[in-house]
Design a protein around this ligand. Sequence first.
Ligand SMILES: Cc1ncc(COP(=O)(O)O)c(C=O)c1O
Length: 220
Amino acid sequence: MIEDACQAVGATQNGKQAGSFGVGAFSLYATKNITSGEGGMITTNDDTLNEWLRTFRSQGMKVRYLHEMLGTNYRMTDIAAAIGIVQLGKLDQFTAARVTAAARYDALLAGAPIVRQGTPAGNLHVYHQYTVHVGPARDEIVKDLANDGIGTGVYYPIPVSEQPYIKERGLGVVLPVTDALAKGCLSLPMFAAMTAAEQEEVAASLRRAVERHGGSAWPA
Ligand SMILES: Cc1ncc(COP(=O)(O)O)c(C=O)c1O
């Protein structure tokens, strides 16, 4: 199993880390919970795969200038790695700050006509995003927040089933719930250094916007 754990670094289920259930793929792009600027990391307990990956990323070489397979240059630069290692040391602190910020949003938005995420017992959510469902008026709500100077993100506006690359290959499928969710969700500002005052401003702006345009229930 390959886990796309790019947004889940530090997340656990019953104490087990994301990326340890199978082979974990993590992005260290600048927006992620920890970053090396660009690049990523792979986690595995499989020695054979580990060796293959290290050889593949280094132009197929285990021994310098001896190419035993067709590889490529996927090596991380030392500078990026140095940044990433320092970031890794701060992961627990960043995660705790995001969890605190998420709980604060939960409290600030309680009772608003939106749907917030739930986290099943036994899971540690690391809140790469704090995503809410506001319904079909999402784009107007996004504009209102932008007018208040608040940036939001839509991850992802076009579902996989609607991507041209997929459709061109005849992989046609109708997913009305997915489509409704893609049109009705937005993600609020979320980062480890976010202050309570900033979150109060975001929550107040969102409350005004959903009151003006109407927030809606989860699609059935
Ligand atoms: C879930 C998920 N998978 C994969 C990626 C791709 O990562 P990268 O941009 O480092 O290639 C991202 C990053 O946006 C992501 O969020």
